[in-house]
Design a protein around this ligand. Structure first.
Ligand SMILES: *Cc1c(COP(=O)(O)O)cnc(C)c1O
Length: 423
């Protein structure tokens, strides 16, 4: 049934490390091999063996309008006909920058890059330059891409594979990365007290999405804003997932917090490789060539990628985020009740169009609590759902994504599949 996928994976492993170009895709920890995808259409994926799946991964977040959205596809096709890269400014860059600045409340200026990783590493460089300080506070289980300084107790693939850090990152490079538990303001306070005048910035996923979905507790984000202000450090919101998903204006608009810098990715490229970092003019002006902080990219502001991002953001302005949130909540509530009826400890937290399935009764507030989730139960759940055509992220340290084109029938079929899972 998965013959061609298995055959392609065997070939891939000979020429690509682990057979994949990003680790979690390998489906290792759920004792499965990856499906090779042939095409996607709206909320469905089709694999090379003719299997059809309801997709709750959505390329890990970008495809909030679903796969091959006709308007986004038309914009890309139209742009491609005019050439695919110029290494010179194009109009679409200006248009997309304007849309991003308009959508995200805290932004005055934005610079386009090619991935979320580039966005966070550039924002960190800028924060260090602006404060003339080196240290950064990050939260255990939060993921900010794979740049060296963030590879300490990170989420996503590192959580999935239980990699505390990684070989190849010199100790002194993560030596300035200070760790706190998510939702624990007291720890952040203590770090500021220990290193007054040394902390350049606090970087946080305003809603943690890379240890599974963990919501910020009341007062956590506002507390970070106060502490950073009081200590002359910058607050960086990593909105690579939450940007344009929590709300069009990201988590910052939803929670009413005004970060100094914001990083974006995923949805901003409409499925093409785009990241961005932006923030207050007084900081962004330090970026070259206006300022002295070097940051560059041969393919940054690529016309195809800008066209895809622009078509996506413009379409999102007319989408009903509140309705999608209600539908996702109902779905998550029903999924939780179906699974709970099978006598397993389970929680399905949800926010906006995101959800996670954790097999634990422990209250979920940080990485230590999500780690109590039973991985064997998750693997059983994942495999049986996939066998019934439901495509979930292959790790409970990832967040389920719903698009504007998931239908009531998609939800009903998914819930029906869940009723058939045996633990
Ligand atoms: C995905 C992600 C990144 C990294 O983005 P890439 O495009 O994969 O480099 C950074 N931060 C967060 C919060 C992410 O979810």
């Amino acid at each position: 049934m998965e013959d061609r996928s298995i055959e392609l994976f065997a070939r891939a492993r000979k020429v690509i490390p682990g057979g994949v170009n990003s680790p979690v895709r390998a489906c290792h920890n759920v004792q499965s091999s990856p499906l090779f995808i042939q095409r996607g259409c709206a909320s469905h994926l089709f694999d090379v063996d003719g299997g059809e799946y309801i997709d709750f991964v959505l390329s890990w977040g970008p495809m909030i309008l679903g796969h091959s959205d006709p308007d986004v596809t038309a914009a890309i096709t139209c742009a491609a006909a005019c050439g695919t890269s110029y290494g010179a400014p194009c109009e679409a860059e200006v248009e997309l920058a304007c849309e991003v600045v308009k959508a995200m409340p805290s932004l005055e200026m934005v610079r386009m890059v090619n991935s979320g990783t580039e966005a966070t590493m550039s924002a960190l460089r800028l924060a260090r330059a602006c404060t003339k300080r080196d240290k950064v506070i990050k939260f255990i289980g939060c993921y900010h891409g794979h740049a060296d300084p963030f590879l300490a107790a990170a989420g996503s693939g590192l959580a999935t594979f239980s990699i505390p850090g990684t070989p190849g990152v010199p100790a002194h490079v993560v030596g300035d990365t200070l760790l706190a538990a998510y939702n624990d303001l007291e720890q952040v306070k203590a770090i500021f007290q220990r290193f007054p005048q040394e902390i350049a910035c606090v970087i946080v996923e305003p809603v943690a999405c890379n240890m599974g979905l963990v919501l910020p507790e009341e007062g956590f984000l506002a507390g970070l804003r106060e502490l950073t202000r009081a200590h002359g450090a910058l607050l960086i919101f990593d909105e690579v997932i939450t940007g344009f998903r929590c709300a069009l204006g990201g988590a910052q608009s939803r929670f009413g917090i005004d970060p100094d810098l914001t990083t974006m990715g995923k949805i901003i490229g409409g499925g093409l490789p785009v990241g961005a970092f932006g923030g207050k003019r007084c900081y962004m002006e330090h970026i070259a060539p206006e300022g002295e902080v070097y940051q560059a990219g041969t393919l940054s502001g690529n016309p195809l990628a800008m066209a895809a991002g622009l078509a996506t953001l413009r379409k999102l302005q007319n989408q009903d985020y509140a309705a999608l949130e209600r539908r996702t909540q109902n779905f998550a509530r029903e999924l939780a009740s179906i699974l709970a009826s099978k006598q397993v400890p389970v929680q399905v937290p949800t926010l906006a169009s995101m959800f996670s399935v954790f097999f634990t009764a422990e209250p979920l507030k940080d990485f230590a609590s999500v780690k109590t989730a039973d991985q064997a139960l998750f693997t059983t759940f994942y495999k049986q759902m996939r066998a019934q055509g439901i495509y979930l992220a292959p790790s409970s340290f990832e967040t389920g994504m719903v698009s504007f084109v998931h239908s009531d029938e998609d939800f009903a079929r998914t819930l029906e599949a869940a009723t058939k899972v045996h633990f």
